[in-house]
Ligand binder design. Sequence first.
Ligand code: GLY
Length: 585
Amino acid sequence: MCKAGPNARRGDFRLLLCLVVLASAVPVPAATPIIDYRDRFHPVVGEAGMVVSQEALASAVGARILERGGNAVDAAVAVGFALAVTLPQAGNLGGGGFMLVHLAEGDRTVAIDYREVAPRAAHRDLFVGDDGEVDTQLARFSHRAAGVPGTVAGLTHALEHYGSLPLAEVLAPAIALAEEGIEVTRPLAFSLAHARPRLRRSAAAAGYYLRPDGSAPQEGDLLRQSDLARTLGRIAADGRAAFYEGGIAELIVTEMAAHDGLITAADLADYRVVEREPVWGSYRGYRVAAMPPPSSGGVHLVQMLNILEGWELAELGHNSAAYLHRLIEVMRRAYADRSRYLGDPDFVAVPAELTAKAYAARLRKTIDLRRATPSSAVAPGLEIPEESPQTTHFSVWDRQGNVVSNTYTLNFSYGSGIAVAGAGFLLNNEMDDFSAQPGAPNAYGLLGGEANAIAPRKRPLSSMTPAMLFKDGQPVLATGSPGGPVIITAVLQTLLNVVDFGMNVAEASAQPRIHHQWQPDEVYHESGVSPDTLQLLRGMGHHMVPSRRVLGRTQSIASDGARYYGANDTRWPGGAAVAPEPASP
Ligand code: GLY
């Protein structure tokens, strides 16, 4: 009834609405939707669960799995494989990622790490040339840029341990999409045209994603991916073994051997998924669960929330200068710590103190509320260029209360742009997420330290932040985003919009965002932040820079326990929140 969920925190009007309904003595159904018609953005409302992803066909695949009685993990795995077909820039078999799963039964939340690992032959100076400089071409656009892919192991692991349907059933929609072909949508045509110069350099990739004359497919073209369909079919038949030991492994090893790549049969056979304890935090009465290292996402999300909890943000006003100043200073300090302390926890000890309230209180005291702290005063820095971030996130919620928040990636859009001949999928360029030379920036301008140096069988540091929010022990929000380093700050602002400003999940997703990452000492902002506010922030000493790209693309679901509210970020056309049809009585 008049239940307070994250969608219902805009107190007064909703409360009034509830009181009016109650006072009218009309019997109120148990699940009366709580909608505020003053909102400018509205979530898709479902009664039997929700699937949100960056590509509509994939979301529909997930919703159909829920309708057939599959649980959230079944649907998420189906979406993960479907996106490998319908969103080739980020959906993948050749990459890796992180999945957060909340299981209603037993009230457990697990973090599944299927991040890529460095091949055994990798070493600290892999990308350092004879001139002592990092060879960015080698680190980003060669076969050596690929870490051992984790996606197939991760998705099959999740299904085996937490799903309920057979792998072949969950893979069937992706196989059909690849075999029968998908109509190229306008966003896909746009993305392929943008990537064409890179895709042309790999004969296999050009064959898979470009027209025979080398031009990019146009909107309305049919994109059939028969090699990918065969690969998916092999996985459906033989599970992860097909990819890591069988025919697909052979194709990967052949591709590597022919192009000076490092991944061997032993690297593939050795690949292991790791289940980890999520990073847990608390914020204004909510519990927060997010991805632990080797992602930096959870640690810094919790760290930033801890610092922000010391101020009454709602009183400052949403996106006011006073509010944004605090956000910027908190981001600056978190990203400075990221560069120093974060790395693969199987190789380095990440200080537990980073997520402690006491540490946050100490950092809060270093923040001058009237002016910017130069990043050079927080730690030494470099000037760094910005590059294109990619990755994709999806969230799934079933009516039993199981929730999945998954972010996976090839790193860049289309990864290295190199496809495995005969196998139909692209290789990641995740090795660039290591610090090729501690102190040298990666493609996102992120500075890494020794903790993230390359080593054999190590996982590169990530920013991916699949996250969940809990209230009174119940999940109320699942979210996450693509965007490299901006992932963490996009997720942070989405949570703040929900918790501090009482926005519904669609409103929370649509608000203009900012991003600061310590170095370079610039604050990127989207359009929609008031010019007066920008002026005030400049006056405080911040270097405000209009962002050349959107700052994240969240795919979120909120629930009040009775209904499911899906929000596909408006920052990329083509995504969708799809609610399964409730089963007929
Ligand atoms: N490759 C981007 C990330 O892992 O954060």
